[in-house]
Design a protein around this ligand. Structure first.
Ligand SMILES: [Zn+2]
Length: 300
C-alpha cells in the first residue's frame, strides 16, 4: 500500500483518520473493484486534511494495480446511464456557443460505454472523443461511438495540446490518483477560453450526512473526495477558473434510488417489489443526492 499526500496542501498536510480500511488489499479482484457493488462497500482508510478539509483515501493500492483493475473491470451502470446523459447534457447545453456548434471539439474522460457521447452527438457536435480504461465498457458502446473511444487511462500524449473547446469528466476526478497531474493535462489540452464540465461527489452532500461511513462515496474506487470549497481550490491551483459551482440534481426512477440505499439487499428487494406492484417503480424523482457540478474555463 502506498501513502499519499493531500492534493492541496502536500507535505504541509495534517491529517486525521475518519474511517479505518475495511478490506484486505491482497484479495481485490476487478469484479470486487467495479463500482455499484452490493451489499457492503469497500473503502481504504479514509483521512481528512486538517488544514484544508480535503478527504482522501490513504494509503492506497499502487497506481499500477489500480490501472490494471480499471482495465479489467465491468461496466455496470447501464440503467442509470440513460438518465445521466440527460442530466449532464443540460449542463453542457448551458456552455455551448449560439452558433457553429458542429465545429466544436469535445472530450469525455472516463466515458464508460460512451452514453454521454451519444447525447453530445445528438446535439450536433461532430468532433467527439472519449477515453476509457475499461475494455468491457468500450465493448458495450454502440458501434458509432466505439470507434471514437480510446482504450487507455488519461495521458497527456493521447491528444494534441490546445485542441479542445470542451473537456468533460463525470465522476472521474474522484478516481484519479493524482488530480493535479490530471487537471494540468486537461489545462494543456484545452484551447484558450476552453471550458471544463466536471461532476464529482460532494463530501458535504446528503448521502454523507445520512449514512456516514456507509455512504456510497466512501468507496475503493475513490481517491480524493471534494466539497465545493476545495473543488474550487484545486481547479484554481491548476489555472482553471471556476465559472459556476453548484449541487447537481439527479433524476432517476424511484426503483433506482432505492437500489442506491445502503440497506440490506432483502429489504431493498421487498421495497422494490412493493413499488413495482403499486405501479410506481418507474416514476422519476429529482433529488440532490450529493453531487457537485463545476464549470471552469482555461485562464489565458
Ligand atoms: Zn490539505
Amino acid at each position: 500500500m502506498i501513502p499519499i499526500q493531500c492534493a492541496l496542501c502536500g507535505k504541509k498536510q495534517k491529517i486525521k483518520e475518519l474511517y479505518k480500511e475495511n478490506f484486505n488489499p491482497n484479495t481485490i479482484t476487478p469484479k470486487i473493484f467495479s463500482a455499484r457493488r452490493s451489499p457492503d462497500r469497500l473503502h481504504y482508510r479514509i483521512v481528512k486534511c486538517i488544514n484544508c478539509g480535503l478527504i482522501f483515501s490513504n494509503p492506497i493500492l499502487p497506481a499500477r494495480t489500480i490501472k490494471k483493475l480499471y482495465k479489467e473491470s465491468d461496466f455496470t451502470y447501464n440503467l442509470e446511464s440513460k438518465f445521466l446523459k440527460k442530466t449532464y447534457g443540460e449542463y453542457l447545453k448551458k456552455i455551448l456557443p449560439l452558433k457553429n456548434i458542429d465545429k466544436l471539439k469535445i472530450l469525455d474522460i472516463g466515458c464508460g460505454n460512451g452514453f454521454f457521447l451519444e447525447e453530445v452527438m445528438e446535439m450536433g457536435i461532430k468532433n467527439i472523443n472519449g477515453v476509457e480504461p475499461s475494455i468491457d465498457s468500450i465493448k458495450k458502446a454502440s458501434p458509432s461511438i466505439k470507434k471514437i473511444i480510446k482504450n487507455s487511462v488519461f495521458k497527456s500524449y493521447l491528444f494534441r495540446n490546445n485542441s479542445f473547446d470542451i473537456i468533460c469528466f463525470f465522476h472521474t476526478l474522484d478516481h484519479i490518483v493524482n488530480p493535479n497531474v490530471f487537471l494540468n493535462i486537461v489545462y494543456n489540452l484545452l484551447k484558450k477560453n476552453g471550458k471544463v464540465v466536471c461532476v464529482v461527489h460532494d463530501t458535504q452532500g446528503l448521502s454523507v450526512k445520512l449514512f456516514g461511513e456507509k455512504s456510497p462515496i466512501f468507496d475503493i474506487e475513490h481517491i480524493y473526495l471534494f466539497n465545493k470549497n476545495n473543488l474550487v481550490k484545486i481547479f484554481k491551483k491548476n489555472n482553471l477558473k471556476p465559472l459556476k459551482v453548484e449541487s447537481l440534481k439527479n433524476r432517476y426512477p424511484i426503483l433506482y434510488w432505492i437500489k442506491l440505499l445502503p440497506f440490506p439487499k432483502a429489504l431493498k428487494h421487498n421495497l422494490g417489489k412493493l413499488l413495482h406492484v403499486a405501479g410506481i417503480g418507474d416514476v422519476p424523482i429529482t433529488l440532490n443526492a450529493g453531487n457537485t457540478v463545476i464549470i471552469a474555463e482555461k485562464k489565458n
